[in-house]
Design a protein around this ligand. Sequence first.
Ligand code: A3P
Length: 284
Amino acid sequence: MSSQTQRSILHKFKGILFSTLSSEELLNSLDSFDAREDDVFLVSYPKSGTHWVAEVIENIPNARIALTSPIELGDISKLEELNVYSERRVIPTHLGYDMLPVSVKQKQCKIIYIVRNPKDIAVSLFHYYRDNPNLPCIETWAEFLELFLRGDVVYGSWFDHVLSWEKHKNANILILFFEEMKKDFSESLKKITTFLGINMNDSEINKIARKTTFLEMKNNAVKENCDPNHTICALTSNRNLVFRKGVVGDWINYFTSKQKRVFDEVFAERMKQSELARVLSESS
Ligand code: A3P
């Protein structure tokens, strides 16, 4: 792909790379978004398991919620479009804390923040870059990994993203770990429903567990048409691009021992004050 084409599908806003599917005007006007007190934001760095958690939330019986498309996807008309929902809105986004609309912070809306091992995210995002026509194609894994470590990828540095959210951790933010969801799905689901103030019995929990397995979701994605109203990630509305392997630890098949060492050094340096990093190291 020529650098001209690459330039036209990505643009920088406040030093961070975005897809041109997120217009500069929209990004500039996010602070005029009028949050409602019962809004829930589903926040993650790309490839952390956003589609999975969105599907889980959509399947909660009697939740009376409307899952919207990402707040940063589209043009200036987006903020008005979000006004049409009468139900409680669940709004996905990959934005870092600093770019989240100011009214969301003022009204202390509930936020679910998903965290995943960054080595697995790097591998997942590498494939997304290759398969998703809305992202440039980076030829080699080694080249991509360098970009990832430098934060020269969509939504910027994983380290900055996670640290920005951790810094503002409070009772209105539920932190979910991809690895813990894989290990004990019911426990993670209970955390979500308790956080949202919804009661569920064991049979309902088991039903959601069955409906949101990786295979079930992958098969449904193949069957579903690309419904732009069911877009979770601002980088594509094609769900077929999302369900790749759905496992923990696939990074081991990509990182050389030198790449692992370099990554671990950067991780240790950038995350030395981070409590989340400790949980991540234990769970993955
Ligand atoms: P892999 O590329 O490692 O397979 P996001 O939704 O934030 O874009 O994250 C996509 C990642 O979550 C992909 O990771 C995808 O396979 C994984 N994923 C999606 N649904 C899943 C599920 N139900 N169970 C486990 N992993 C899932």
